[in-house]
Ligand binder design. Structure first.
Ligand SMILES: Cc1cc2nc3c(=O)[nH]c(=O)nc-3n(C[C@@H](O)[C@@H](O)[C@H](O)COP(=O)(O)OP(=O)(O)OC[C@H]3O[C@@H](n4cnc5c(N)ncnc54)[C@H](O)[C@@H]3O)c2cc1C
Ligand SMILES: *[C@@H]1O[C@H](CO)[C@@H](O)[C@H](O)[C@H]1NC(C)=O
Ligand SMILES: *[C@@H]1O[C@H](CO)[C@@H](O)[C@H](O)[C@H]1NC(C)=O
Ligand SMILES: *[C@@H]1O[C@H](CO)[C@@H](O)[C@H](O)[C@H]1NC(C)=O
Ligand SMILES: *[C@@H]1O[C@H](CO)[C@@H](O)[C@H](O)[C@H]1NC(C)=O
Ligand SMILES: *[C@@H]1O[C@H](CO)[C@@H](O)[C@H](O)[C@H]1NC(C)=O
Ligand SMILES: *[C@@H]1O[C@H](CO)[C@@H](O)[C@H](O)[C@H]1NC(C)=O
Length: 469
């Protein structure tokens, strides 16, 4: 055993010892951590909040159940070429909150451009695999015109830019299904663009317009029209989160499970099971940065109001995957369409597309469902659908068999409530929870599935509340 190895094994033994002691139920003083703010969830909103609060001189403890921070960010590291690319969160808006954040970690941003380097786009009915003779969707000119008209509609609801501060009564149009809204304003030409940019929400035409407009925000429409989306120059969004984890050091507890949260007038006490044993965090404020589905909050001392509100959320499902050797030729992208369906949008559950990635032989797949499906089912459906496409297109045989080299289940994705609940001021009551019982909330449920807008909303609406004494 070399000297280096000896040191390592001593450290391991030492760390192990701490874990053992804690498992015996002895919480000694070093295992009590005092912080100004304790944050549950180290994804997009929780990591941003932790970094910014520290810049403002507050002490934080960030708790993340996975081994890494980043939530829906999935960066693939190709073992063959050493290249990286993103297939989870990819794009950001060019706004100061975003550019300052990336600059802080010295992660350069550039335009997304032709990220996926696809050179041939096909359309097919994924239920049969059959190629369509041409795109069943409107021309880009018609789409552009519809997007401009949509911006005029969006401008009627400026309050949508900041959380869910909805006026009462709720404007009727926001309660229409997205399908009926598109029909009413003759905006059908943008249906496919919205479908492809707002993935993960099940059957988009059935969603209340409120949710689609929150997701398809002004900044997104602008970036679609101008190709203005940013991404990391190194095609490695995870770099930001890896650097954030380093900066947070012992303030971040990763691979850790919250087992209990007790809130009182004095503050919050959070018990966490970590790989180094049980820790008790005592903080003045709690920031919940995970999506508040009731079943995800088993650790929390919920009161009747919280239980009643969180219990009303339903959610959609969203998966991304990488397949090596699917049998699709390099550079090819196949989009799912159904000319027989309304606006040619395919019914979900199903795949949005299978598309070449920057790594030869590796293809990306995105999949959604309005209801729960098992990992086994989704994987099987992806492989079966891909095989149908390969056969129907008559692609030449390739070496190797299809193999998943990435697969992520992003549930729960979009949290929604019924239109009756929306009309009944659900969101007014939900916002009323902010600051009650020393607890604040951030993340997609409170703004939208858009990291740029989550950071912007957190910066200007939530952090100021956490910074007051
Ligand atoms: C495939 C995909 C692609 C996307 N692409 C883009 C894009 O290109 N641009 C864009 O702006 N947005 C994109 N989004 C949306 C994304 O920005 C948002 O979904 C964002 O991640 C939401 O942030 P959040 O903090 O609410 O949740 P998350 O980022 O999901 O963070 C929640 C974190 O909490 C952790 N956690 C959960 N439960 C617990 C627990 N009990 N204890 C401790 N930790 C817990 C999770 O592991 C996770 O890290 C994409 C989303 C997906 C799924
Ligand atoms: C972002 O916008 C600024 C102007 O606000 C511009 O100077 C800059 O070039 C943009 N960034 C990128 C990568 O396009
Ligand atoms: C689309 O718009 C461009 C410029 O706005 C124009 O030159 C072109 O002819 C249009 N194409 C169609 C099919 O209308
Ligand atoms: C956290 O929970 C997961 C799933 O139940 C479990 O596998 C893991 O060991 C737990 N980790 C700790 C540190 O308690
Ligand atoms: C498309 O790109 C791939 C590599 O990215 C290349 O192998 C293929 O020849 C290209 N096909 C065409 C028709 O340009
Ligand atoms: C959630 O939505 C799905 C799809 O519409 C539906 O099947 C399911 O019953 C809903 N669940 C709840 C709790 O409302
Ligand atoms: C960011 O937040 C500010 C302050 O609330 C708001 O004025 C601005 O419109 C937001 N930016 C975007 C792109 O939504």
């Amino acid at each position: 055993m070399s000297f280096h190895n000896l040191i390592f094994s001593l450290c391991t033994a030492c760390l192990f010892g701490v874990g053992q002691a804690a498992q015996d139920g002895i919480v000694r003083s070093p295992d009590i951590i005092a912080s100004d703010v304790v944050i549950i969830g180290g994804g997009s909103s929780g990591t941003y909040s932790a970094i910014r609060l520290r810049e403002y001189g507050r002490t934080v403890t960030l708790i993340e159940r996975e081994l890494v921070l980043g939530g829906h960010v999935n960066t693939y590291h190709d073992p063959v070429t050493g290249q990286t690319f993103d297939y989870g969160v990819i794009s950001f808006a060019n706004i100061s909150v975003v550019t300052n954040y990336f600059k802080h970690f010295d992660v350069p941003l550039g335009l997304v451009g032709d990220l996926f380097k696809t050179n041939i786009t096909y359309y097919a009915d994924f239920t049969t695999g059959k190629p369509l003779p041409s795109s069943p969707f409107p021309s880009s000119n018609a789409t552009g015109a519809a997007l401009f008209a949509y911006e005029d509609e969006l401008a009627k609801y400026p309050f949508l830019a900041n959380g869910y501060n909805l006026p009462m009564p709720i404007p009727e149009d926001l309660l229409l299904t997205w399908g009926n809204f598109l029909k009413k304003y003759q905006l059908e030409a943008l249906a496919y663009t919205a479908f492809s940019f707002l993935e993960g929400i099940g059957n988009i035409l059935a969603q209340p317009t409120l949710y689609v407009m929150k997701y398809f925000a002004q900044s997104t429409v602008q970036n679609v029209l101008t190709n203005g989306f940013l991404t990391t120059v190194h095609h490695n969004n995870h770099e930001l989160y890896d650097k954030a984890l380093l900066e947070l050091g012992s303030s971040a507890l990763i691979s850790s499970n919250v087992t209990q949260v007790l809130r009182s007038h004095g503050g919050v006490a959070v018990t966490v099971s970590t790989p180094l044993g049980t820790k008790l965090i005592k903080a003045s404020k709690l920031l919940i940065a995970i999506q508040p589905k009731l079943e995800s909050l088993g650790f929390l001392d919920l009161n009747t109001e919280e239980r009643c509100l969180f219990g009303q959320f339903n959610n959609s499902y969203y998966w991304d995957a990488l397949i090596r050797n699917p049998g699709v030729p390099s550079g090819v992208c196949i989009n799912n369409a159904n000319p027989a369906a309304a606006l040619a949008l395919p019914e979900m559950p199903g795949m949005y597309l299978i598309c070449a990635s920057p790594i030869p032989d590796v293809f990306t797949v995105y999949y959604t469902s309005p209801y729960a499906l098992s990992e086994q089912y989704v994987k099987h459906d992806i492989l079966a659908t891909t095989a149908k496409l390969v056969k129907a297109f008559g692609f030449p045989a390739v070496n190797g068999t299809p193999e998943f080299v990435g697969f992520n289940d992003h549930r729960p994705f979009e949290l929604t409530v019924s239109t009756d609940a929306i009309v009944g001021d659900f969101y007014g009551r939900l916002n009323g929870l902010q600051g009650k019982r020393n607890t604040w909330y951030t993340g997609a449920t409170w703004q939208a599935h858009d990291s740029s807008l989550i950071w912007n909303w957190t910066e200007y609406n939530i952090l100021p509340q956490l910074l007051t004494d």
